[in-house]
Write a protein that binds this ligand. Structure first.
Ligand code: NDP
Length: 282
């Protein structure tokens, strides 16, 4: 039976460490890390995410600056706000909650953020730094999964890692991070052939598809580590991942639950990146 990779517990541990680091930074350099969170429009899911991020900041002593703008906000106004935040010395990290509504959808908002404040790790410069192995902000969800692997001292060298999903915020950067740790990485997506065969060979499976129970339990290799990114709400309100948890638990050595696995780690790594951004100003 698989051991549970408890993202909630690991998050709490890391947040306690971050709170200490924030205190040290304040005592030593008088710097309080600051995160600006920008939300445009009234999308309920985005509002929940933003509230969670602001609350998490407060818990570790990061100052949060919440900017809620109406859905009809113009591109010029949003650009102006980001420029102001780029200049603001109290703001070490900037996060614009995506997706943006209406006409703003096509605005490449991430590229407006100063890469030194890109704590989401979505800026093309941050992604470029990941690919070239330079120091820089790593996208929070994959970064959180790497911390989970680190927490069990998992040695990725020579392991077969399969990343299911190739989004710019999860799949692609996750594959690069696994590669950086010497795994042999296979990316799978909607055009992949023989998916079953590929997943069955995975020592590490990252599932980021966004389809409930997409991976059957009997596709999991005996002893594999399963990292389930998916957050899928069923008709009865239950939230499940992309992998059949019960079936997979019988074969995997470690598995992340949904909820309580990868999700909590994502917010924690955002805080981590914000503290790093502030430390860079010491
Ligand atoms: P995207 O929708 O951007 O990407 C989904 C990926 O899955 C695409 O690459 C797509 O392939 C692939 N895919 C879709 N259908 C199939 C299929 N039938 N077979 C194989 N591959 C398929 O999603 P995200 O990466 O943004 O998110 C994935 C999931 O993770 C979602 O449930 C989301 O809610 C969740 N999530 C959770 C986070 C957390 O903190 N826990 C953070 C971010 C996301 P193609 O490219 O060919 O279309």
């Amino acid at each position: 039976m698989a051991k549970i990779l408890d993202g909630k517990a690991l998050s709490e541990k890391l947040k306690a460490q971050l709170a200490q680091e924030v205190k040290k930074l304040q005592d030593k350099s008088g710097i309080t890390p600051g995160l600006a969170v920008v939300i445009v429009g009234e999308d309920p899911a985005s509002q929940i995410y933003v509230r969670g991020k602001v609350r998490a900041c407060e818990k570790v002593g990061i100052q949060s600056f919440h900017h809620a703008l109406p859905a009809e906000t113009s591109a010029d106004l949003l650009k102006h706000l980001i420029e102001q935040l780029n200049q603001d010395p109290q703001v070490h990290g900037i996060l614009v909650q995506l997706p943006l509504p209406g006409a703003l959808k096509d605005l490449k908002v991430t590229e407006l953020i100063n890469p030194e404040k890109d704590v989401d790790g979505f800026h093309p410069i941050s992604l470029g730094r990941l690919i070239t192995g330079e120091k820089g902000f790593r996208s929070c969800t994959p970064f959180g999964m790497m911390k989970m692997l680190e927490s069990i001292d998992y040695d990725l060298a020579g392991k077969e890692a399969v990343v299911l999903g190739r989004s710019n915020i999860v799949g692609k950067p996750m594959g690069m991070m696994l590669l950086e740790k010497n795994a042999t990485v296979t990316y799978c997506h909607s055009k992949t052939k023989n998916l079953e065969e590929k997943i069955k060979a995975a020592d590490v499976l990252v599932a980021a598809v966004g389809r409930p129970n997409f991976v059957p339990g009997d596709w999991i290799k005996q002893g594999a580590v399963v990292l389930d990114v998916g957050i899928n709400r069923l008709a009865d309100g239950k939230v499940v991942g992309d992998v059949d948890f019960e079936g997979a638990s019988k074969r995997a050595s470690y598995i992340t639950p949904v909820p309580g696995g990868v999700g909590p780690m994502t917010i924690t790594m955002l805080l981590w990146n914000t503290v790093e951004a502030a430390k860079n100003k010491e």
